[in-house]
Design a protein around this ligand. Structure first.
Ligand code: FAD
Ligand code: UDP
Length: 394
């Protein structure tokens, strides 16, 4: 049998969580190996150029945003930024709507001009008084009432999650703002920008800044772990998989992506629908709430990356059940899944040399900035713990 290699930290997953932790720990003087079953770094935030030369996000659109100066400062060591105001529209009833819901949406709804006072009166009359919304239906109807909810949220959510919004925690739909003014930015965070050369370039710079880091791609934890003798494991894959689903499987939602590339001539013919020459659709992302449409959204990431190129690629997202061979993209936030997750968490808390971080490791619908923060905190904690204990591996 081959002898195993000694390393301080064995890290499963080369996404934001795994690579940020590895960078911090190697900078603190530890040795790390990061493995991923995929053939590339970056996890779900990985981006690449397609055959037409368009920079695409193969695992769904990733819009970086944060309110944390600490996270911006940290990541800015590895990338410059391309500032973006993320624009999304909704398409239903044969037309585009301003989205998230704001005064412009209300005017489109009325078919005439209006103002904030009238919009506020409308909302006051429509919204269902619920002091502490308990689920994703309540969080929306308590702000805009049934009509707008049934148009923009209920069918989209059913399609995306295959669950009624009533079954999903308030945080799912609650992350979409509802605005009284005309602000139609999808997100409100103070910092909104894409890595100027893309996410993969950012990850490559993180790796380059990690001395004493070994990367093993295209390998699974179950098989690879036997080749390593480590002091501590950082696991960023699904926590239930780590425990062989001993309490049953946590549910995930998966996605299928269909890509379509359009030539410059096709795009010219698309005007004025696209509103802007060189683009296929009027915004980076168009949401399709209607149940008759099998996909939830079409993304033309070129709007957000700012790439200057004649052609364009749009990606349609089809929600799918998760199962063998499918990626576990979304943890499903319901009360029942929280309870099941807490059972796994209790097992995790008994571990002395295993940390679970990231979207899958903690079974939370976290964004990139949040998992970056989590990885920074965990690396700090582990640095203190292992620096104060002797006999580090050579
Ligand atoms: P991941 O990126 O999932 O990385 C975990 C890695 O572990 C994976 O590469 C996986 O292959 C590997 N792995 C798992 N099990 C094993 C194993 N047994 N052996 C080896 N390797 C294993 N966030 C935002 O901030 N803005 C957005 O706009 C945004 N859009 C999103 C859109 C979609 C469709 C999805 C699914 C997510 C989106 N996110 C967004 C969330 C973002 O993807 C996550 O916050 C982030 O990628 C989590 O990083 P991570 O390292 O925790 O997990
Ligand atoms: N949502 C909706 N209609 C929309 C957009 C979002 O009902 O047009 C709901 C849906 O349940 C979705 C959630 O709000 O899963 C969060 O939306 P977001 O766009 O943040 O989804 P993500 O990018 O995480 O897939």
């Amino acid at each position: 049998m081959a002898t195993s290699q000694k390393v301080d930290f064995f890290i499963v997953g080369a996404g934001f969580s795994g690579l940020v932790a590895a960078e911090r720990l190697t900078q603190a003087g530890f040795s790390c190996v990061v493995i991923d079953k995929r053939e590339h770094i970056g996890g779900n935030a990985y981006d690449c150029y397609d055959e037409a030369g368009v920079l695409i996000h193969p695992y769904g659109p990733h819009y970086f945003r944060t309110n944390s100066a600490r996270i911006v400062d940290y990541l800015s060591q590895f990338t410059e930024w391309h500032p973006v105001s993320y624009q999304v529209k909704s398409f239903t009833q044969d037309r585009y709507w301003s989205f998230p819901i704001n005064l412009n949406t209300f005017e489109e709804w009325l078919g005439r001009e209006s103002n904030e006072l009238e919009w506020q009166d409308y909302l006051d009359a429509q919204k269902v008084p619920i002091e502490h919304p308990q689920n994703s239906e309540e969080v929306i109807i308590s702000q805009v009432g049934w009509d707008l909810y049934r148009t923009f949220f209920e069918p989209y959510t059913l399609k995306q999650w295959k669950r009624h919004p009533r079954e999903l925690q308030a945080s799912v739909c609650g992350r979409i703002p509802i605005r009284l003014n005309r602000d139609d930015r999808y997100l409100t965070d103070t910092f909104q920008a894409m890595p100027a050369k893309g996410y993969t370039a950012l990850f490559e710079n993180i790796v380059a800044h990690s001395p004493n880091l070994q990367l093993r791609l295209g390998v699974d934890y179950a098989e690879e772990k036997q080749h390593w003798d480590y002091r501590h494991l950082i696991f960023t894959g699904p926590i239930d998989a780590y425990y062989d689903h001993c309490y049953g499987s946590l549910p995930y939602r998966s996605l299928r992506f269909e890509h379509e590339t359009y030539s410059g001539e096709e795009l010219a013919a698309r005007l004025p629908i696209s509103e802007k020459a060189g683009y296929w659709q009027p915004a980076m992302q168009v949401n399709y709430p209607d149940l008759e449409v099998p996909f939830t959204r079409t993304v033309e990431i070129k709007h957000a990356t700012g790439q200057q190129i004649d052609v364009t690629t749009i990606v349609r997202e089809f929600p799918e059940d998760w199962g063998p061979g499918k990626e576990p993209f979304y943890p499903v936030p319901t009360d029942a899944t929280s309870e099941l997750y807490s059972r796994y968490k209790r097992l995790a808390e008994q571990e002395t040399n295993v940390s679970f971080i990231g979207r899958l490791g903690t079974y939370r619908y976290y964004n990139m900035d949040q998992v970056t923060g989590m990885a920074l905190n965990e690396a700090e904690k582990l640095t203190q713990r292992y620096q104060s204990t002797p006999e580090l591996s050579p």
